[in-house]
Design a protein around this ligand. Sequence first.
Ligand SMILES: Nc1ncnc2c1ncn2[C@@H]1O[C@H](COP(=O)(O)OP(=O)(O)OP(=O)(O)O)[C@@H](O)[C@H]1O
Ligand SMILES: [Mg+2]
Length: 262
Amino acid sequence: MARCIAVASGKGGVGRTSLAFNLGVALSLFGEEVVMLDMDLVMANMDVITGLLNPEVTLHDVLVRDKSIEECVYEMNYGIRVVPTGMHFETLKNINTNYISWNKIINEIADYGNIFMLDLPAGIDSNILEALPADTEIILVTNSTMPSVADALKLRILLNEMNLDILGFVLNMWYEDNFLLSPQEIESLLEIPMISIIPYDREMDRALALGRSVVEINNTSPTSNAIMQLAADILGKDYRPVEPDKQSILNRIKKFVGMLPE
Ligand SMILES: Nc1ncnc2c1ncn2[C@@H]1O[C@H](COP(=O)(O)OP(=O)(O)OP(=O)(O)O)[C@@H](O)[C@H]1O
Ligand SMILES: [Mg+2]
């Protein structure tokens, strides 16, 4: 039975798609078969973030052009697969985004993976939450700003009312600042466990520009280690952070200046 993990947030722009993608790559590094689905039919950008540019067939084609769902499952780096949504304004006029059966879509591509990573649209649209497959585990993403935490709280309350399963929240783009809410303050406001703190890291945008994952381009960074640790925790596996190899760099310098024999 496949696991469905949905990444959600009240406020937009907090890093849901980046987290879904990087966590997907991290899970695949632990040997999982990951399929990423973009559930934002209006402002989809999973294809941009995963580096999957101009896919020939997208979910929009499946929904209105009689294409089969198998045709829009794309194999990416590290064995993750991506189902892009597409960006066709014309298509949006012909589909009612409230009546998409994600259950049916995921069932049809069940053979492609054992973890389905769902990138939800921002906001508190109960229609889309109702359409989630049963037993979907939800990760809430927030930043440390008041508006993003306030929106996360609204969404957390709605998820509870709908009896949906929340794994916890990820504090993304974190940095120390007296004017921002602290991790402890956010945890006590949201009343759900904080399952990861991901630092504010410009590598995220560098990775995005390269169409790659941060866990792939810089595996010793705190960001990469945080995402790998989260993947390990989700799987109930152990993970030892990858540290930069400072000693061998120092040894090379020492050899160079004659402090160590060649
Ligand atoms: N930890 C981070 N540190 C710095 N920048 C980040 C971090 N996480 C994401 N970003 C950057 O923030 C921007 C928004 O990220 P992303 O598109 O993943 O957010 P989103 O919540 O999916 O947005 P939307 O609501 O528009 O779908 C991107 O440029 C991304 O590279
Ligand atoms: Mg997004």
